[in-house]
Ligand binder design. Structure first.
Ligand code: NAI
Length: 339
């Protein structure tokens, strides 16, 4: 009898600690947009998410009502612009994902979005610093090269900056690179994992094909590199003014969130490329840089170096660093002038 009770108590304890450890609230800011909606859908399908909080300046309660009918366990709540909305949405969130902001139209660079998106991200970052200072903050809104530094400045100004918990989401570049190389090599893209480093815009995106054991030469290598750097433009042009990548970005954002959750729930060896506060190129003006990062319960566990590169790739890195430093400087300066 005693033994049976003990077994029951142990089982109960286990069940409790498992569910306590796995109670995970994820907030999406900009949840009604082209990225926000499919991202919310994918998060609703993720059994690691127990609570989904969706905020937008329009439509979020509707999106939440819709996604909330899906028969998975997580609870979904939508928040619009009522005064307490951001507080309620963010309180207790372990992960906050920010796809709020305007997307590109044909002919625009990501930097052209700066004027509009800088203030959107700053204001949402302020709310995060106040209501979820310990959450993992994942910035999707472009230009990521500048919106991540802006977010960092907001957190620094409030004394709550934790460099291990701020991420620029660059996963889509790796997703694209994996897909594009598989088209050339006729492989299964699901098994490809091309290292992409730097930032998230044009020449700041640097694929390191050599690290995956592939060698392309001449025009083929130039074409591949350019396609990874400017792959987003293909979508912007094809959508002809109706926006940029949303579905592939939602998948990439959901993958990144899943990796954070796996790592926070104790899985080891979870590695994603992401744009973080990094020591690698600080001496060349880049306080933030994307390389493969091992994730852990505290966010960034280990920042991998760029590793061995070919002379061709080194030239790409040099061009990246030059542009990226300017993008970062612009974000920091703007945040200081517009606190
Ligand atoms: P969208 O215009 O379809 O959606 C943006 C959403 O943000 C809208 O629902 C809008 O109401 C909302 N929003 C605007 N201001 C807000 C605020 N202050 N608070 C809360 N919500 C607000 O745009 P889409 O296509 O979803 O793109 C969003 C951002 O993601 C863009 O900046 C785009 O450039 C970026 N992006 C980033 C990628 C990456 O790899 N990191 C890839 C693709 C897009």
């Amino acid at each position: 009898m005693f033994a049976a009770r003990q077994v029951f108590a142990t089982a109960q304890r286990r069940a409790f600690s498992a569910s306590a450890r796995q109670a995970t609230k994820v907030a999406v800011l900009g949840a009604s947009g082209g990225i926000g909606q499919p991202l919310s859908l994918l998060l609703k399908l993720n059994p690691r998410v127990t609570e989904l909080a969706l905020y937008d300046i329009r439509l979020a309660p509707g999106v939440a009502a819709d996604v909330g009918h899906i028969n998975t366990k997580s609870k979904v709540t939508g928040y619009d612009q009522t005064p307490s909305a951001l507080r309620e949405c963010l309180t207790g969130a372990e992960i906050v994902i920010i796809p709020a902001g305007v997307p590109r139209k044909p002919g625009m660079t990501r930097d052209d979005l700066f004027n509009t998106n800088a203030s959107i991200v700053r204001d949402l970052a302020k709310a995060c610093a106040e209501h979820a200072p310990e959450a993992n903050i994942c910035v999707i809104a472009n230009p990521v090269n500048s919106t991540v530094p802006i977010t960092a400045e907001v957190f620094k100004a409030r004394g709550v900056y934790n460099p291990k918990r701020l991420f620029g989401v660059t996963t889509l570049d790796v997703v694209r690179a994996s897909r594009f190389i598989s088209e050339i090599k006729n492989n299964d893209p699901a098994n490809e994992n091309i290292t992409v480093i730097g930032g998230h815009s044009g020449v700041t995106i640097v694929p390191l094909l050599s690290q995956s054991g592939y060698s392309l030469d001449g025009q083929a290598l130039d074409d591949f590199t350019r396609r990874v750097q400017f792959g987003g433009d293909e979508v912007v042009q094809a959508k002809a003014g109706a926006g940029s990548a949303t579905l592939s970005m939602a998948m990439a954002g959901a993958r990144f969130a899943e990796s954070l959750l796996k790592a926070s729930q104790g899985e080891k060896g979870v590695i994603e490329p992401t744009f973080v506060d990094s020591p690698l190129f600080k001496d060349r003006g880049c306080d933030y840089f994307s390389t493969n990062v091992e994730l852990g319960p505290n966010g960034v566990e280990k920042i991998h170096p760029i590793g061995k590169v070919t002379p061709y790739e080194q030239k790409l890195v040099d061009a990246c660093v030059e542009d990226l430093a300017k993008n970062i400087k612009k974000g920091v300066a703007w945040a200081k002038e517009n606190p």
